[in-house]
Write a new protein. Structure first.
Length: 281
């Protein structure tokens, strides 16, 4: 059952809705009055259809799927959506090649740090260090607004370039993958623990808090913590650890994107500050 709890209706600028986040699949819907794009599509076609139905959207309405990197939890359902509903795919060359896409007929290649335009949405891909993948994060803006959204996942560290692009964003979606104690005391092999915690792996809750401390400002209205490990993290640990580092800097809304979504939407560039919250019971 879907319950919508309106705080105040908005005239839409740009909305960010995570359809689900975690090792079993990731996808985020970015929508405006004139465009709808997905950042990643790691779900089956059926799951994508069901999750979009919760917010009254059919997959055929999606204007593009932009793939951050080739790992299956971010990309496995993209080709299905392209074949079944004709959704255009976008990826950098290395990701498209790793996925075995037809580089002429199946996918549009983008260059890192070159802006893509989708009607009234603008998307800038930023290189991200991650586990031998040519990963990118995204800065999204809406024409007619100075506010920007950042969506970054699967990064074991950050660069000055990433800080420069995310600083000042009104919305930030970023992974908080693991709690350090749970990871190191958990059942994973030493080699896997080293890979997860390494520079090309994932961010811990503490690292995410330290990173956000570098980029959060008074203009930051909302933060979504994504890609929490079911084995090595807990939502309350992720939120409390991050807030420990940014609490005195951040006065906006913080939320957790779980594997089962969508749960909520955030809006930026809208004429009204508060947005309606979607709750799924």
């Amino acid at each position: 059952m879907r319950r919508t709890r309106p705080e105040r209706f908005v005239q839409m600028g740009l909305s960010i809705t995570h359809l689900g986040s975690g090792s079993k699949g990731n996808s985020a819907l970015i929508a405006s009055e004139r465009a709808k794009i997905l950042i990643d599509q790691g779900f089956s076609g059926r799951q994508l259809e069901l999750r979009l139905k919760e917010i009254n959207i059919h997959p055929s309405e999606i204007d593009a799927i932009i793939i951050s990197h080739h790992h299956g939890d971010h990309s496995s359902g993209a080709a299905i959506a392209h074949k079944r509903w004709g959704v255009p795919l976008f990826a950098n060359f290395q990701t498209a090649a790793a996925l075995g896409y037809d580089l002429i007929h199946q996918v549009t290649i983008f260059e890192n740090l070159e802006r893509m335009e989708f009607s009234d949405l603008s998307v800038l891909p930023i290189p991200v260090p991650h586990d031998k993948a040519h990963n990118v994060g995204f800065i999204i803006s809406h024409h007619g607004s100075t506010e920007r959204a950042a969506i970054f996942s699967d990064l074991g560290s950050w660069t000055d370039e990433i800080i420069a692009h995310i600083a000042g964003c009104s919305h930030i979606s970023i992974e908080a993958n693991y709690d350090e104690k749970l990871l190191w005391n958990g059942p994973y092999s030493p080699r896997l623990k080293e890979r997860i915690s390494g520079r090309g792996g994932h961010l811990s809750n503490k690292q995410t808090g330290l990173f956000l401390r570098e980029v959060v400002s008074k203009s930051t209205k909302s933060i979504v913590l994504t890609h929490l490990s079911e084995e090595n993290n807990r939502p309350y640990l992720a939120e409390s650890t991050v807030l420990f580092h940014i609490g005195e800097l951040f006065e906006g809304d913080i939320a957790i994107s779980s594997q089962s979504g969508p749960r909520f939407s955030h809006y930026i560039g809208a004429k009204e500050e508060k947005a309606k919250v979607i709750e799924i019971l």
